[in-house]
Design a protein around this ligand. Structure first.
Ligand code: PLP
Length: 404
C-alpha cells in the first residue's frame, strides 16, 4: 500500500511568483524599513476597503498595538469571547487590563449581543469596561456586529475586530448594511494575522487597519519604539530644526514607549504577492467548504457540518464539524487518532480561554455553557487551497471510518 501524503488542518500555498517576490527583495537594497512594506500596506487597504493599514510582525503584535493605542491599562476591562486563540485575550493582559470572558453561540462559536450583555453584568465593581475584542471565528463575520457596536458604544466601549480568521470575508446584515472584514465600519481597528495557516501567509506577520488617520500615525509610531521623525509631533522643535527650518537629519523624538513590531521587507514582499491571490484563495475556500458539506451530509446527524450563515460570504479559514462525542461514545482523541491513521490531520479550535490555567487562576470558575458545548464538539478538518477533490474524499472516508 502506498502511503498517501498527510493532510494537515491548514497550510500555506506558495507559488513561483511568491518565491520571485521574496528573491527580488533579497537582491535589493532594503531588507527592512523599505518600499515593500508600504506596497504591502497599500495592497491591504485596497483589498479590505480601509483607508489605512499598518503592517507588523504578527497578529499578536497587532493586538498589543491596538491595546496600546486605546490606552487600556490597570482598572480597565476588555470583553473577549472565550472561544478564540490565546492572543486575543493576552493582548489585554499585556497592558494590565482585565479580561471579561463572554460566552458564544454553541452552534457557531460566535459572540452575539446577548453574550455581551451577560458579560457586562459580570464586570466587577471598580473595573471600567473599555473595549470589546470581537472574533470572527473560522471566517464568519459576527452576524450581530452592528448591534454589538451600538451596545459597546452605549457603554462607552470601543470595538476592535480580531479578523485573523476572516481576511476576504464580507457580510450583508439583515438591515441591508454591508461590511468587509477590515473595513472598520463597525470598529475602531481590525487585526489580521499572516501566520502560514491563515488565508494569506507572510511567515510571521500581522496588520491593523483603521479609518482614523490619527490612529494610523500613532500605531506607526508605537510599532517602531515610539519614535517620530515628523516635526509636527516634536516636543523640542528648536532642537530638531536647523536654522533654515528643515529637520536635522539625525533628529528624532520618542514621546512615548513603543516596541519593535515592524514587519520586514522580506515578509511584506511575500504578503503582497499572496494578497494578489486573495480572491482566488477565498473562492477556493468557499468551494472546498461546499464540497465538504456535500461529502459529509451522509454522516448527519452524527456529524454536523457548519451552520448556514445567511448574508455572509465567508472566506472560510477553518472547516469545523461538530460531533457529539459523548453521545456517540467515541472519545475525541480516539477519533482524531483514527483520522491520523488515514493521513488526515484535525485540530480543536479552541479550548475556551476561561479554562486555561492562567485565566482560571486569575478569574476563578466561570460557567460559559455555549463555549463549553462548542469546545466539546468542534473538530477542524483540513482546509487550504492546495486540497484536491480526491483529498476531500479521503477526508470524508476517514470521518466515516472513525465513526464506525
Ligand atoms: C492566529 C491568530 C492570532 C495571532 O496571530 P499571530 O500572527 O499568530 O500572532 C490572534 N487571534 C486569532 C483569532 C488567531 O487565529
Amino acid at each position: 500500500m502506498t502511503t498517501l501524503p498527510f493532510l494537515p488542518y491548514g497550510r500555506q500555498e506558495i507559488d513561483e511568483a511568491d518565491i520571485a517576490a521574496v528573491t527580488e527583495v533579497l537582491r535589493g537594497d532594503w531588507l527592512t524599513c523599505g518600499p515593500a512594506v508600504t506596497r504591502f500596506e497599500e495592497a491591504l487597504t485596497a483589498r479590505v476597503d480601509a483607508p489605512h493599514a499598518i503592517a507588523c510582525s504578527s497578529g499578536t503584535a497587532a493586538l498589543h498595538l491596538a491595546a496600546l493605542e486605546l490606552e487600556l491599562g490597570p482598572g480597565d476591562a476588555v470583553v473577549v469571547p472565550s472561544v478564540t486563540f490565546l492572543a486575543t485575550a493576552n493582548a489585554a493582559r499585556f497592558v494590565g487590563a482585565e479580561v471579561i470572558f463572554a460566552d458564544v453561540d454553541p452552534a457557531t462559536g460566535l459572540m452575539g449581543a446577548s453574550h455581551l450583555e451577560e458579560a457586562l453584568a459580570r464586570v466587577p465593581a471598580g473595573l471600567r469596561p473599555k473595549a470589546l475584542f470581537l472574533v470572527h471565528l473560522a471566517g464568519r463575520i459576527c452576524p450581530e456586529l452592528p448591534q454589538l457596536r451600538a451596545m459597546a458604544t452605549a457603554h462607552g466601549m470601543v470595538v476592535v475586530e480580531d479578523a485573523c480568521h476572516a481576511l476576504g470575508s464580507a457580510m450583508i446584515f439583515p438591515t441591508g448594511e454591508k461590511t468587509r472584514a477590515g473595513d472598520c465600519q463597525y470598529s475602531e481597528m481590525t487585526v489580521f494575522s499572516f501566520h502560514p495557516v491563515k488565508t494569506v501567509a507572510m511567515g510571521e506577520g500581522g496588520a491593523l487597519t483603521t479609518r482614523s488617520s490619527d490612529r494610523h500615525r500613532r500605531l506607526t509610531r508605537l510599532r517602531a519604539h515610539g519614535m517620530t521623525r515628523d516635526p509636527a509631533d516634536w516636543f523640542f522643535p528648536d532642537q530638531g530644526l536647523a536654522p533654515d527650518g528643515q529637520p536635522n537629519p539625525w533628529y528624532y523624538e520618542m514621546p512615548e514607549l513603543g516596541f519593535n513590531y515592524r514587519a520586514s521587507d522580506i515578509h511584506c514582499a511575500l504578503g503582497a504577492s499572496q494578497l494578489a491571490k486573495l480572491e482566488a484563495f477565498a473562492r477556493k475556500r468557499v468551494e472546498l467548504a461546499q464540497n465538504y458539506d456535500r461529502l459529509l451530509a451522509p454522516f448527519f446527524p452524527s456529524v454536523q457540518t457548519p451552520e448556514p450563515h445567511p448574508g455572509c460570504e465567508a472566506a472560510w479559514h477553518l472547516y469545523v464539524i461538530r460531533v457529539d462525542f459523548a453521545v456517540l461514545g467515541i472519545p475525541r482523541a480516539g477519533f482524531m487518532a483514527r483520522l491520523r491513521e488515514r493521513g488526515v490531520g484535525s485540530q480543536v479550535h479552541y479550548l475556551p480561554l476561561h479554562l486555561q490555567p492562567y485565566y482560571h487562576q486569575r478569574y476563578g470558575d466561570l460557567c460559559l455553557p455555549g463555549a463549553e458545548t462548542w469546545y466539546a464538539r468542534c473538530l477542524s478538518l483540513p482546509l487550504y487551497p492546495g486540497l484536491s477533490a480526491a483529498d476531500q474524499e479521503r477526508v470524508a472516508e476517514a470521518v466515516g471510518s472513525a465513526l464506525a
